[in-house]
Design a protein around this ligand. Structure first.
Ligand SMILES: [Zn+2]
Length: 149
């Protein structure tokens, strides 16, 4: 059986909640997903890319919609050289300044130093008001990533 990880990543790649906020958010997530196996805020050592796992990656320019898949691999290698401290890029298609975190990932993905992770939440989607409750507890808007492994 495959595992599903619901990862909620703060929209600011360098932001993380303090301990009290993290604990409150975990408590709320546990209440929202009674079937889950595990809920925790996981802190990474540096900025980490949370992707959709086995879901096919497809990346588009957020300005003009061009397919950026070929270019993206190289851009990621470069950013990895700075341990993802610097995510700024210029799009190859329309030459606009943006961030790797702001490209259009067809399967949502995000960069961050932490994620609230719900292992096998027992549901396939998150209602916007559920998300808002967790965001309020965390103190930050969150990106929702479904990872299938
Ligand atoms: Zn473009």
């Amino acid at each position: 059986m495959s595992d599903t990880f619901l990862r909620l990543v703060p929209t600011d790649a360098h932001w993380h909640p303090d301990e009290a906020a993290a604990t409150a958010a975990v408590k709320i997530a546990r209440g929202l997903f009674p079937l889950t196996e595990h809920v925790a805020v996981e802190y990474e050592e540096g900025v980490t890319f949370f992707d959709a796992g086995a879901n096919t990656e497809s990346i588009h320019c957020s300005f003009c919609g061009s397919d950026l898949e070929d270019w993206w691999g190289e851009a990621m290698d470069q950013a990895a050289g700075s341990r993802f401290e610097n995510l700024s890029v210029t799009t190859p298609c329309c030459h606009k300044a943006t961030s790797l975190n702001d490209l259009r990932y067809v399967w949502p993905a995000a960069f961050g130093v932490c994620a609230l992770t719900v292992v096998n939440p027992g549901v396939a989607s998150l209602a916007s008001e559920q998300l808002r409750t967790i965001e309020q507890a965390m103190g930050s808007p969150l990106k929702v990533i479904w990872q299938h492994l």
